[in-house]
Design a protein around this ligand. Structure first.
Ligand SMILES: [Zn+2]
Ligand SMILES: [Zn+2]
Ligand SMILES: [Zn+2]
Length: 177
């Protein structure tokens, strides 16, 4: 497993196990460094300059471009790396909690029943493909696995999956694949 801070391929024991049984993507020695920097900076404001910011998660001083900017112009307090790995991690946890799995084969079978996106009704062949995608469809949870508070949580079984075009899926904000 590669630590996203030092980029070194380390054994699984070099990563801390979380309460949910999954491991942090940051290795133990990097984590120790981060904890040390946190202690040193305790009570102090994080160092931000015109061109650089300090990520509150990994405590690295990074160029502004390593941070996502909100539409309002302010930056996220965690760097893109920390956000990405943290986000991917939360998503995996939610998928585990939701229960169930489906195979590529099951998804391909399901896809045969759809000639168009069920949300925008555009034919798959009519949907323009961005450079980073090979197909226009994505797998979507019909009942979300991260529902608004108080609502039922969907599962990750094939019966709760439908294909949606990438643009409808990103509007829905509930992508699976
Ligand atoms: Zn590391
Ligand atoms: Zn960071
Ligand atoms: Zn669509």
């Amino acid at each position: 497993m590669i630590c996203y801070l030092c980029n070194i391929d380390k054994t699984i024991e070099d990563f801390i196990v979380r309460k949910d049984g999954l491991r942090y993507k940051m290795c133990k020695s990097c984590n120790l460094e981060v904890q040390k920097k946190r202690l040193e900076n305790k009570g102090k404001r994080l160092n931000h300059t015109d061109e650089h910011r300090t990520c509150y998660k990994c405590m690295r001083l990074l160029p502004n471009k390593e941070f996502t900017r909100r539409a309002t112009g302010t930056y996220y307090s965690a760097c893109k790396d920390c956000n990405k790995y943290e986000f991917a991690h939360k998503r995996r946890v939610r998928l585990l909690e939701a229960g169930g799995t489906f195979t590529q084969k099951e998804f391909d079978e399901l896809l045969k029943k759809y000639t168009s996106c069920p949300m925008c009704k555009r034919k798959w062949s009519d949907i323009p493909l961005p450079k980073n995608l090979k197909v226009p469809w994505t797998a979507d949870h019909i009942i979300p696995i991260n529902p608004p508070h108080g609502q039922q949580q969907g599962t990750n079984h094939i019966t709760n999956i439908q294909p949606l075009c990438y643009s409808c899926n990103s509007k829905k904000g509930n992508r699976v694949l």
